[in-house]
Design a protein around this ligand. Structure first.
Ligand code: URP
Ligand code: ZN
Ligand code: ZN
Length: 473
């Protein structure tokens, strides 16, 4: 098996950092050694097949993006990244594993949907991938099939309190699914927004002629995120099912999570880069139809109300446990422009899979989080949360050799001159600059990004069978 030495870098974990050489045999890390160590008298730099010089650079465990939607049917169209293009873009940005969502809508058998998602991803991915299951039709068949998810390596599922008529489930359905989840050790993920009330708000606003993208944010008021988060927590409390709230953007929703955690509940929260960097006023309120680029749900929140600052603070204090992208890209032409004159017809979603690691690293530079916390929220916690830790999320003997060599002296200009690799005709992140750069990326021992060269290939990425959340064991 080919051997690789990542030499002389600062290896960073969620608990500390030290200068070390990382020895890789085939797909696995076999040793983390003092720099320049010899093995059985031989100089490793001379004997390994490949040396990656990481001197003066950070060595991170590969990024894990636990919330992506490749090829997802949504809003009358389909998310523009395929598994091939989306995972290649992820690789460019130092993400080496994604967890995507297999979709069930009304009338479909759950296991058929999972099979369908395997068919979409198999042989296409540049990096490893896993699945959560969206449960969109709670029937006796679905509830029975949910019990089989752990055997399929799928230990989490998502339900929606939003999007009536599409993925929406009523509270009784969520309750029934949570009963199964509590017994089977499944993690329940909830999109927590009060969909029916939001739809009534949309109707009101459109009737008043308020049709610009900005009103997407007005219709999806924080009160409806706080209320739904509280409701999901109460259902979790009643059933004993562990709960993970996706794409949290409102500070009041975080307060609900923090209060429940203080009571000892197994509830967790994820936020996304857009809720840390972007706002209702600045991006959704951009002139003309520009705001459509930033339409996603939950929506961007008001800067004046301080949600962004609060979200960074919550990442520091662990009231929010991790950062995923909710990567759900749509082009402006032919997709987002379906909503010209009616914001409710703009497909919801932002593409960020390529930029999460850089954007969160900038939080380190800006002294909003520590380097160790950066590793924790982008890799280690996602691995633990979703039952992959040990194989993923850590640089240690026995782990997959998913590694990012990151140059703190490098510089990244996002999306300038079409330099991003997501299948989109714009980037919501165009113009953002990062004081650092992804230098080299290894996926299961293979160098897939080398400087500004892509060396990966479709089909290299394998399906990762996940176990129970390691926060529940
Ligand atoms: O706007 C979003 N979040 N689009 C993707 C679907 C979802 O709710 O996660
Ligand atoms: Zn959602
Ligand atoms: Zn999503």
């Amino acid at each position: 098996m080919p051997t690789t030495l990542v030499s002389g870098g600062t290896v960073v974990s969620s608990t500390g950092r030290h200068t070390a050489d990382v020895l890789i045999d085939g797909e696995k890390i076999v040793a983390v050694l003092d720099p320049g160590s010899t093995v059985l008298g031989s100089d490793l730099k001379r004997t390994v097949d490949t040396v990656v010089d990481a001197t003066g650079k950070y060595v991170f465990p590969g990024g894990i993006d636990a919330h992506t939607h490749m090829e997802m049917p949504f809003g009358g169209t389909v998310a523009s990244d395929s598994f091939e293009t989306g995972t290649r873009a992820a690789a460019w940005g130092g993400t080496t594993t994604i967890i995507d969502f297999s979709v069930q809508t009304v009338g479909q058998q759950l296991m058929d949907c999972l099979g369908n998602w395997h068919d979409k991803a198999r042989g296409e991915c540049a990096i490893d991938y896993a699945f959560h299951q969206i449960v969109g039709d709670v029937t006796p068949d679905t509830l029975a099939a949910m019990k089989k998810l752990p055997d399929e390596g799928v230990s989490s599922y998502k339900m929606f309190m939003a999007y009536p008529g599409v993925y929406y489930s009523t509270d009784d359905k969520i309750f029934k699914a949570m009963r199964i989840a509590a017994d089977e050790g499944l993690m329940t993920m909830v999109h927590a927004e009060n969909g029916p009330v939001i739809d009534a708000m949309v109707e009101e606003l459109l009737a008043q002629g308020k049709s610009d993208p900005y009103y997407h944010g007005v219709a999806r008021a924080w009160q409806m995120e706080e209320e739904a988060t509280h409701r999901a927590i109460m259902l979790s409390d009643l059933t004993g099912a562990p709960l993970y709230i996706v794409h949290v953007s409102a500070k009041q929703a975080v307060e609900q999570l923090a209060a429940a955690r203080d009571r000892g509940m197994n509830v967790f929260g994820e936020t996304c880069p857009q809720y840390l960097y972007m706002s209702l006023e600045e991006q959704l309120g951009a002139p003309g139809f520009e705001g459509a680029k930033y339409v996603c749900s939950t929506p961007l929140r008001s800067h004046a109300e301080g949600h962004q600052h609060y979200m960074w603070q919550s990442l520091r204090t662990n009231d929010v446990q991790m950062v995923a992208t909710d990567h759900c890209p749509f082009c402006m032409k032919g997709q987002k422009d379906m909503g010209v004159g009616d914001f409710s017809k703009i497909p919801n979603g932002i593409g960020s899979v390529e930029h999460r690691m850089d954007l969160m690293y900038q939080g380190v530079v800006d002294k909003k989080i520590t380097l160790e916390r950066f590793v924790e929220i982008t890799s280690t916690t996602p691995a633990r949360m979703f039952g992959m830790y040990g194989k993923k999320g850590v640089i240690a003997p026995g782990a997959d050799a998913d590694i990012v060599v990151y140059d703190p002296n490098g510089h990244t200009k996002i999306g300038i001159n079409d330099t991003h690799h997501m299948r989109m005709d714009y980037s919501a992140w165009e113009g953002y600059e990062i004081d650092g750069h992804v230098d080299t990326v290894l996926s299961r021992g293979r160098v897939i990004i080398d400087g500004n060269q892509y060396l990966g290939s479709k089909g290299h990425g394998q399906f990762v069978r996940r176990g129970q959340s390691q926060y529940l064991q």
